[in-house]
Design a protein around this ligand. Structure first.
Ligand code: ATP
Length: 132
């Protein structure tokens, strides 16, 4: 079991025990933390993070960058922009995805690409990706 926290400078978004955490780093792609994991510090990309709870349920979180710090008995995600799946407005994320996709038909730029990745992370976390 690991103590897992998802925190922003303003608040604790999630705090609880988990058996596994899957998130995504800039350099290493998707990464899974299990109890006993070696110490790790990484920069996160926009992603759908999955926290596997003790009771078998999964807490889905959209995490839009930040850092992950992990060692054997804990995983801490620090992000100034993250939402629990239950707090995500699916219609808003769909609209943001469409706006970004429309903009990308013109000139590609890093800002629009990040907009799209945030919308995709939100839709993935709510299970809505691909249903639009
Ligand atoms: P939009 O274009 O819809 O505003 P965005 O990706 O530009 O989306 P952000 O700048 O990432 O939005 O976030 C601004 C604030 O709005 C943050 O507090 C974020 O948590 C919240 N937010 C953004 N999109 C959603 C959503 N679909 N559901 C719930 N909260 C959201």
């Amino acid at each position: 079991m690991m103590k897992v926290e998802v925190v922003s400078p303003e608040r604790v978004l999630f705090s609880g025990s988990a058996t596994q955490v899957i998130t995504r780093t800039e350099s290493g792609g998707e990464i899974a933390f299990l109890p006993g994991h070696t110490s790790f510090l990484g920069v996160l990309t926009e992603n759908h993070t999955r926290i596997f709870l003790e009771d078998g349920k999964v807490q889905d979180v959209a995490v839009h960058g930040g850092f992950v710090e992990a060692a054997g008995d804990h995983v801490t995600i620090l992000s100034s922009n993250a939402e629990l799946a239950g707090d995500i407005d699916v219609a808003r994320a769909r609209a943001a995805k469409e706006r970004a996709e429309t903009a990308m038909r013109g000139e590609h730029d890093a800002v629009v690409e990040a907009d799209l990745r945030r919308a995709q992370a939100r839709l993935s976390a709510t299970g809505a990706l691909g249903n639009d």
